[in-house]
Design a protein around this ligand. Structure first.
Ligand code: NI
Length: 199
């Protein structure tokens, strides 16, 4: 559902973004095929990208998420924003992130996703990872992570590769999730249609 302040971002490099206004972005909902697009590397850290980063953080905080990949707002560039802090004041921007190393040790944790509302399930991931990325100022940095941050990094980088966490679940679970989310979507559309009916 588009929010009244939502800025419509065209996918592609030529979209115009108002840089003086923060805006909430629409988050694509699984099983939208656009979630399976593979993101391209960011080529320039310019004003437009910085505006997008600001909007993605605002959208993520508003949705009470801990991570958001550009893919989820239909911008297919390698950009991720994360904040796993309790205090919601430790924003982490990753531009063109690369996985340098993943531990053989695995852990299975409960995951959810802003693109798969209301669904949580166990996914096995590497327990520790090392990731290299540029920050919002174009500085290259390496992040060593374990636990929840490690899970979050892998989950968000999967989005950039066109992968949603439910794709790790059994086919049966995937069909159930699709059916449930499609039903929710239909109900929302019917609700909107009812509201439009003249009295
Ligand atoms: Ni997600």
């Amino acid at each position: 559902m588009p929010h009244d302040r939502a800025a419509r971002l065209e996918s592609g490099e030529n979209s115009d973004i108002l840089i003086d206004l923060m805006a909430l972005l629409s988050i694509l909902c699984y099983p939208d095929a656009r979630l399976n697009k593979i993101a391209r590397p960011v080529e320039a850290i310019d004003a437009r990208l910085k505006a997008l980063i600001g909007d993605m953080f605002e959208t993520m905080y508003e949705a009470k998420g801990v991570g958001l990949a550009a893919t989820q707002v239909d911008v297919h560039q390698r950009l991720v924003v994360i904040d796993v802090s309790e205090t919601r004041d430790q924003p982490l921007t990753l531009i063109n992130p690369e996985l340098l190393w993943a531990s053989d040790e695995r852990l299975k944790g409960e995951e959810g996703c802003l693109s798969v509302p209301g669904i949580y399930d166990g996914v096995e991931r590497a327990a520790q990872v090392r990731v290299r990325a540029l920050d919002e100022n174009g500085q290259s940095r390496q992040i060593e992570a374990e636990g929840f941050l490690a899970v979050c990094l892998q989950h968000e980088m999967d989005h950039l590769a066109g992968k949603v966490f439910v794709q790790y679940l059994s086919r049966l679970k995937q069909s159930r999730i699709k059916a449930k989310l499609c039903k929710q979507e239909r109900q929302a559309q019917q609700e909107t249609a009812r509201q439009r009916e003249p009295l």
